[in-house]
Design a binder for this molecule. Structure first.
Ligand code: GDP
Ligand code: MN
Length: 439
C-alpha cells in the first residue's frame, strides 16, 4: 500500500483525498473502506535540486551545488566546488522519494577521487528506500553539493491541515529522521503554528518556532527570515507540502536547507508554466504517465479488479462496493464526464496492461458521455487488445438501451450487472474464478 502523505498526520479521519481535473473530494467522516484505497492525492513532485533552485530565488539559504546527469558532469561540478574551497562534496541521488540517506543514496566525499567513486556507485543504481517499494527507483541524476559543517539537524515543514482549514508551520528538533516516526512516538516534539489565511504567517509565530528549536539568540532573526521565505515559497508556488529535513545550523552559526521537498497542488499547476516544466515523468508510474497523456485520471492500487468509471464520486462508490463484495480494486480510473471513444480505448488498454488485473469492472453513468459512445469504445478496445479477462459492465443513463444493444451484438462475451451491487458481486466472482484458473 502506498505510504500516506505527511498531511494525514494531522487529520487521520479524513486524509483520503482523490483529485480529478479540478474537483477535490474530501472524504471526511465517510466509510473507512475508502481511505484504504485512496492514500494518494494527485500532486506533482519535483527533485531536491529543483526545489533548492526555487528556495534560492526566495533567498532561502541552500548549500552550493549543481545537478549532474553523467559521471563527467558530476566530476566537473565536484572539481569546481573543491577549487572554490569546499572541504568535501556530498553526492546525492535525485529520485522522487525520501529516505535516500539510509538507502545509500547520499554519500559525503572528502576528495575528488572519493566523489568519483560514489558517483559511479550511485548513478544508475536501483535505489531502494522505504518510499520506493522493494523494486526501488533508478537513479538518473545526482546533486553534487559542497558539504556543510553540521552543528544541529532540525526539521521545518508546511502542510495544509484540513481539520482547521489552515496551513500549519511545523518545527522540530528531531531533524534528519522521519517526521512520521517523530509524530507517532513523541508528538510533543513537533511544534506547530497555525496560519490564519487572512493575515498570513506572522513574524511572532516564526520567532516562537525559532525559540522552540533552541536556536541561539544570534540566529533568531535569520531563522525568522528563513521561515518567512519558506512560507512565501509555499504560497506563491501553490505547494501542497514543503519540507526542509534536515534544516541545519552550522558550526559557524549559519542556517541552511540541507534537503528540500516540495509537492505542488495539481489543481493549481495551470497557473505555473515554469513549474509544470519541472515534471520528470521518468520518476512516475508509467501507466499513470500514459493516462495523463489522454487526460484520464488513473491511480494504480494493489488489488486485482480494474475499474473504469466516469466521475470521481462514482469511482469512490465503486471501490467501496467492490470491497463490500469481498474484492479489491486494482486501480482508480476516471475517464471523466465527457470522454470520447479514443479515451475509452486508451483507458481500456491502460487497465489491461496492469499484470495484476483478473477482471474489469466498467461502471458508467451516461450523462455527457453517452452509454452508446462508451459501448463503441469498449467493443473496439476489447477487440484490439484481445482481452483475456472477464469484463463486467453496469451501465445507466443516456442511451443505455443502444449501449446494451451494441454490447450484445458485438459477439464478445461481456457480463452485464443489473445494479451496482449485482455487478460488483459478479466481477468479484469472475476475478476469483480467473485467478483460480491461472494457478
Ligand atoms: P533523505 O535521506 O532522502 O531525506 O536525504 P537528505 O538530503 O536528508 O540526506 C540524508 C542525510 O545525509 C542528512 O540527514 C544528513 O545527515 C546527511 N547529509 C546530507 N548532506 C550532508 C552534508 O552536506 N554534510 C554532511 N556531513 N551530511 C550530509
Ligand atoms: Mn531528508
Amino acid at each position: 500500500m502506498v505510504r500516506q502523505e505527511l498531511g494525514s498526520l494531522f487529520h487521520n479521519d479524513n486524509w483520503a483525498l482523490l483529485r480529478t481535473n479540478g474537483t477535490q473530494l474530501c472524504r471526511e467522516g465517510q466509510s473507512p473502506l475508502v481511505w484504504k484505497f485512496c492514500p494518494k492525492t494527485k500532486r506533482m513532485k519535483i527533485h531536491e535540486y529543483q526545489a533548492k533552485a526555487i528556495l534560492e530565488k526566495y533567498a532561502v539559504a541552500v548549500p552550493k551545488g549543481e545537478v549532474a546527469n553523467t559521471l563527467e558532469e558530476a566530476l566537473d561540478v565536484a572539481k569546481r566546488l573543491f577549487s572554490g574551497g569546499a572541504k568535501g562534496v556530498v553526492v546525492k541521488a535525485q529520485i522522487h522519494a525520501g529516505g535516500r540517506g539510509k538507502g545509500g543514496g547520499v554519500k559525503v566525499a572528502k576528495t575528488l577521487e572519493e566523489a568519483e567513486e560514489y558517483t559511479k556507485k550511485i548513478l544508475g543504481m536501483q535505489l531502494v528506500t522505504h518510499q520506493t517499494g522493494p523494486q526501488g527507483q533508478k537513479v538518473q541524476r545526482l546533486l553534487i553539493e559542497e558539504t556543510a559543517p553540521i552543528a544541529r539537524e532540525l526539521y521545518l515543514g508546511i502542510v495544509l491541515d484540513r481539520a482547521t482549514a489552515k496551513l500549519v508551520f511545523m518545527a522540530s528538533q528531531a531533524g534528519g529522521m522521519e517526521i512520521e516516526e517523530v509524530a507517532a512516538k513523541d508528538p510533543d516534539a513537533i511544534f506547530k503554528a497555525y496560519i490564519d489565511p487572512a493575515v498570513g504567517f506572522q513574524p511572532y509565530q516564526a520567532r516562537k518556532l525559532a525559540f522552540a528549536l533552541g536556536l541561539k539568540p544570534a540566529q533568531i532573526n535569520e531563522a525568522v527570515k528563513f521561515m518567512t521565505g519558506l512560507y512565501k515559497v509555499f504560497l506563491e508556488t501553490d505547494a501542497s507540502l514543503l519540507e526542509i529535513n534536515p534544516f541545519i545550523t552550522t558550526t559557524d552559526d549559519r542556517l541552511l536547507a540541507l534537503d528540500c521537498k516540495i509537492n505542488f497542488d495539481d489543481n493549481a499547476i495551470f497557473r505555473h508554466k515554469e513549474l509544470k516544466e519541472l515534471r520528470d515523468t521518468a520518476e512516475e508510474d508509467p501507466l499513470e504517465v500514459e493516462a495523463s497523456k489522454y487526460a484520464l485520471n488513473y491511480i494504480k492500487l494493489d488489488g486485482n479488479i480494474a475499474c473504469m468509471v466516469n466521475g470521481a464520486g462514482l469511482a469512490m462508490a465503486t471501490m467501496d462496493i467492490i470491497q463490500y463484495a469481498g474484492g479489491s480494486p486494482a486501480n482508480f480510473l476516471d475517464v471523466g464526464g465527457g470522454a470520447n471513444q479514443q479515451q475509452i480505448e486508451h483507458a481500456f488498454e491502460i487497465l489491461l496492461s496492469d499484470q495484476n488485473v483478473q477482471a474489469v469492472f466498467i461502471n458508467i453513468f451516461g450523462g455527457i458521455l453517452r452509454v452508446d459512445t462508451l459501448a463503441h469504445g469498449v467493443v473496439e478496445a476489447a477487440k484490439k487488445t484481445n482481452v483475456q479477462v472477464p469484463v463486467v459492465l453496469r451501465l445507466e443513463g443516456t442511451n443505455v438501451e443502444q449501449g446494451r444493444e451494441i454490447l450484445k451484438n458485438s459477439g464478445l462475451n461481456f457480463i452485464i450487472g443489473e445494479t451496482m451491487q449485482d455487478a460488483a458481486a459478479k466481477v468479484v466472482q469472475a476475478a476469483k474464478e480467473k485467478a483460480a484458473t491461472k494457478k
